[in-house]
Design a protein around this ligand. Structure first.
Ligand SMILES: [Zn+2]
Length: 246
């Protein structure tokens, strides 16, 4: 599903547009002159629907170079292993997420509690995956004529990254599970969800005044994306906590 000149939505499950496996987060593809990059991988139960979507969009998977993970939760990082194995994609993540994904640590990525909470089937298995590149605040991830700026946005979990792409004068924010449409958040009862860190990340993202907001679930905003982030920030400044998406 083409969203803009260079950006495609190629995956998303029941908390999205239902275009790939039900557990998948939104999977975005950015088509740069130096190859294609995926933002998040999906859950990895099957990547076939995502592959079909990419092919239907007329894109050549031999040009897939990287998978950038916003964070290590299974719906975002569970398929990194498959993209790497089948297409040779180099996987990149924050220092924390890289450690969890390399070790396939089901406690650190809160998969064990998410299974108990009914969000994943009991037989779902997370595939550990080598992460070749570690990204941190201020890094610039270049691929051909395009560049992503890396922003650390912890709060939903540790090691969360957001990415800003400049495309035709527009600033596009990929913010994983940080802020969603209508200023909603994703605060959950897991070990590394931290409200004060979350607040700091919302403040940081609100200051960016982005044009497009492309989160990890629910709908996307191709213009005036900043209004959703501002709504969350306004609520937090009033000492309240914005509503959750679940
Ligand atoms: Zn998450």
């Amino acid at each position: 599903m083409r969203l803009s000149e260079r950006i495609y939505l190629v995956g998303g499950g029941t908390l999205g547009f239902g275009i790939s496996h039900e557990l998948d987060c939104h999977v975005y593809l950015i088509d740069g002159s130096g190859g294609m990059v995926l933002i998040d991988s999906g859950a990895g139960v099957t990547i076939e629907p995502i592959i079909r979507n990419i092919q239907r969009d007329g894109l050549d998977l031999r040009r897939l170079k990287n998978v950038l993970l916003t964070h290590a939760h299974a719906d975002h990082a569970g398929a990194a292993f498959e993209w790497r194995k089948r297409f040779g994609a180099v996987v990149a993540a924050s220092k924390e997420a890289a450690e969890y994904v390399r070790n396939g640590d089901e406690e650190k990525i809160s998969l064990a509690v998410a299974k108990r909470g009914g969000f994943y089937p009991k037989d779902y298995a997370f595939h550990a995956c080598p992460v070749e590149r570690v990204l941190a605040e201020g890094d610039r991830f270049k691929f051909g004529d395009l560049e992503l700026e890396v922003i650390e946005t912890p709060g939903h979990c540790s090691g969360m990254l957001s990415f800003v792409l400049k495309e035709q004068g527009q600033r596009v924010l990929f913010d994983g599970d940080t802020v969603f449409h209508d200023g909603k958040l994703l605060i959950t009862n897991v070990w590394d969800c931290d409200l004060q860190e979350y607040v700091g990340s919302i403040q940081k993202l609100a200051a960016l005044k982005v044009d497009a907001l492309l989160p990890g679930h629910l709908t996307v905003s191709l213009s005036q994306g900043a209004r959703h982030i501002q709504k969350a920030w306004d609520t937090l400044q009033g000492l309240a906590v914005p509503p959750n998406i679940i």
